[in-house]
Design a protein around this ligand. Structure first.
Ligand code: SF4
Length: 181
């Protein structure tokens, strides 16, 4: 019986008859990369593009991100999409702090990345003022292809991240700079 199921590529390693050896980092990275659970934090129009990204035509599920999480404690990837008012800042920060490690963040669109066209007193000029960001997706709004590209960039980061990174002094210093608990 033929099957359309494709196997993911194995990480680099040593292969011989009956065995395959690689590093723990590579195996953990491979598993994490292909099972990212995103938390969509959508406040305005960029969120609509995300709906298209999840729908059947673009189908983000193809990259292992079928399961969206609307609870921070069961999410790996915070996707911030839309204008973030300064009043909303503490809420976004609390959601970030409630996510368990390891966690990653994408700023989707101009508003989340830099405040976009809203250079006003009430709008946060980029979410990286309050939480660390791993990938920025440009555009107003970005097309679903760009959002998918952002997720692929996150997958690259996830696959290559050392399992020790989250315990490193460098990472602790980064969180301290943001006063994240
Ligand atoms: S970047 Fe543009 S499309 Fe996205 S939320 Fe801001 S104004 Fe809307």
């Amino acid at each position: 019986m033929s099957s359309n199921i494709k196997m993911t590529e194995a990480p680099p390693g040593l292969e011989g008859q009956g065995f395959f050896a690689t590093t723990l980092d590579s195996v953990v990275g491979l598993a994490r990369k292909n099972s990212i659970w995103p938390l969509p934090f959508a406040t305005s129009c960029c969120g609509i593009e995300f709906m298209a990204t999840m729908a059947s035509h673009y189908d983000l599920a193809r990259f292992g991100s079928e399961r969206l999480s609307f609870t921070p404690r069961q999410a790996d990837l915070l996707m911030v999409m839309g204008t973030i008012a300064k009043k909303m800042g503490p809420v976004l920060r609390q959601v970030y702090e409630q996510m368990a490690e390891p966690k990653w963040v994408i700023a989707v669109g101009a508003c989340a990345s830099s405040g976009g066209i809203f250079d006003t007193y009430s709008v946060l000029q980029g979410i990286d003022r309050i939480i660390p960001v791993d990938v920025y997706v440009p555009g107003c709004p970005p097309r679903p292809e760009q959002i998918i590209d952002g997720v692929l960039r996150i997958q690259d980061l996830v696959a290559k991240e050392s399992v020790r990174r989250r315990h490193s002094e460098e990472y602790k210093k980064l969180l301290q700079e943001y006063h994240v608990k």
